[in-house]
Design a protein around this ligand. Structure first.
Ligand SMILES: Cc1cc2nc3c(=O)[nH]c(=O)nc-3n(C[C@H](O)[C@H](O)[C@H](O)COP(=O)(O)OP(=O)(O)OC[C@H]3O[C@@H](n4cnc5c(N)ncnc54)[C@H](O)[C@@H]3O)c2cc1C
Length: 465
């Protein structure tokens, strides 16, 4: 009987447990180490902060999953790894043998040190500590005293939490002021996202009266003016939650476990890792739940394959994903003016499907119609907008890859077809169709395509006549 230790209840291990429920593996003894029986799902936490969801609804019951998967739930925290003796060491000094170990312990904000009595900063992770502290703060907020939420970090998580907090800390209607401040660092909020998305985010923050300061705040300095009503939250970028330097595992410069395309340590073939805890020597891995979940599928396959001496499957992360940033006012900011069919394909791909079906499209339509702006271009595809106020009848031509992902011309939103026609008429008034073929990098001139392009120009001309 082989011993497999899963350290941490990260997304990939949840997928692994699910896999074991469906495909039990009798020659394997599996143990999951986790400091908490339940694991909060980060994507839903802003919804908990703004009181949309109860905490229970955002939690994955790891212990129950273990029972169903025939795995042992081991309450505790990994403190170290002895790769020579093939032992995991827990924080209470217990030592457990393994034949194979997999790490999915996530990350922590990079300026987070062990909680000390002098530090008033609460780290967003571990989530269990954050939810406890946040709940206690909200319970004790005195409505007659001013309160400030200060957030260090300007990424999507920080923005979502600030906007969610505004829902429970309204600017108006209370006897005392409720301030929310984000220290985003010199590069500003949502660094790395498109200018358009960043503009929309800044507008949402402004509307919610959230102050953004493009500087770092020194979280190591003691706070001079802290009032009992204030809360200081760390949502800075990621560092490993546990130093594995003594383990002899190959680590990157920041201490993340280096893995190959099979999610296997590049130095130890019986150690695997997935999610925020790992890095690849040559491929950039985003630290997000989406990537952790996707890697989970291959990790599950590979752990079982490694036990049974079968072939491992590589995991190639997608270079781009669709991100929806919840504004907590029943709107979200994502890719702007996107063809609904293209959006649906994106979602299908996130679930490992190659294409989307009419049924899926209708289902997605029924979900997004509650908050999105949807315009119907006659017989053309529907276009999805971040909210109804943004719907316009023409989208300026943005090139083939405005979201960082190449599109087929058939995936253009109706309003963007008109934008393309406009650009063609402006750039090549005597040969607009030729210009469109060139711009769309189409080498073959099918008659049907020529007709379609002509139609776009006609519709545009009629609109302006
Ligand atoms: C507010 C916020 C919102 C976010 N929203 C999204 C989103 O919508 N979509 C998205 O893709 N990403 C989102 N993210 C990013 C996402 O949270 C992380 O990238 C993701 O959780 C990483 O997953 P993971 O499986 O690696 O680890 P985690 O989900 O962090 O899980 C790690 C687990 O390991 C446990 N653990 C930690 N240390 C130890 C130890 N020493 N021993 C044993 N167990 C340990 C932890 O308790 C935890 O259960 C958000 C982040 C934040 C802060």
């Amino acid at each position: 009987m082989l011993h497999l230790i899963l350290a941490g209840g990260g997304h990939a291990h949840v997928i692994m447990l699910e896999h074991l429920i469906k495909h039990p593996c009798p020659n394997l003894q599996v143990g999951l180490i986790s400091p908490t029986k339940k694991q909060a799902y980060s994507g839903m936490l802003p919804g908990w902060v703004n009181n949309t969801y109860a905490l229970e609804a955002c939690q994955i019951d790891l212990q129950q999953l273990c029972i169903r998967a025939g795995a042992m739930f081991i309450s505790g925290k990994l403190a170290g790894l002895d790769t020579k003796q093939q032992e995991v060491i827990l924080d209470d000094q217990r030592q457990l043998d393994y034949d194979l170990v997999s790490l999915a312990m996530g990350s922590q904000p990079n300026q987070f040190n062990s909680p000390s009595s002098s530090s008033h900063w609460v780290a967003m992770k571990p989530f269990a500590n954050f939810t406890q502290q946040w709940y206690a703060w909200q319970q004790h907020l005195n409505p007659n005293q001013a309160a400030t939420l200060t957030i260090a970090g300007g990424g999507a998580g920080a923005v979502e939490i600030a906007l969610a907090a505004r829902q429970v800390m309204p600017c108006r209607g209370l006897a005392a002021q409720r301030q929310i401040i984000i220290y985003a660092g010199p590069k500003g909020v949502m660094n790395g996202f498109s200018l358009r998305t960043r503009g929309l985010i800044l507008k949402s923050l402004q509307q919610a009266d959230i102050r953004v300061i493009n500087e770092y705040i020194d979280v190591s300095k003691p706070l001079h003016q802290q009032a009992p009503n204030d809360f200081y939250l760390l949502v800075t970028s990621a560092k490993p939650g546990l130093s594995l330097h003594g383990s002899e595992l190959a680590l990157d410069a920041f201490g993340f476990v280096l893995v190959d395309k099979f999610q296997r340590s590049i130095s130890h073939s019986n150690v695997f890792a997935a999610g925020d805890i790992c890095s690849r020597p040559t491929t950039f891995l985003q630290r997000s739940g989406v990537y952790a979940i996707r890697a989970g599928k291959q990790l599950a396959h590979n752990l079982l394959a490694a036990c049974n001496s079968n072939t491992l499957q590589p995991y190639w992360p997608r270079r781009h994903n669709l991100y929806l940033i919840s504004c907590s006012d029943q709107t979200a900011i994502g890719s702007y003016g996107i063809n609904l069919g293209f959006f649906s394909i994106n979602i299908a791909q996130q679930h490992g499907l190659k294409k989307t079906s009419k049924k899926q499209l209708q289902y997605i339509y029924s979900i997004v119609e509650n908050w999105a702006g949807i315009s119907e271009g006659g017989i053309h595809h529907q276009t999805l907008w971040a909210n109804p106020a943004q719907v316009t009848d023409l989208i300026k031509w943005r090139g083939l890859s405005p979201f960082g992902q190449a599109r087929n011309w058939a995936g253009l939103a109706y309003e963007e077809q008109l934008g393309l026609a406009k650009a063609a008429l402006e750039n090549a008034p005597s040969a607009p169709i030729d210009w469109m073929f060139k711009e769309l990098k189409l080498s073959r001139r099918h008659e049907a395509t020529v007709l379609e392009f002509k139609q776009w120009i006609e519709i545009l001309s009629q609109k302006h006549s």
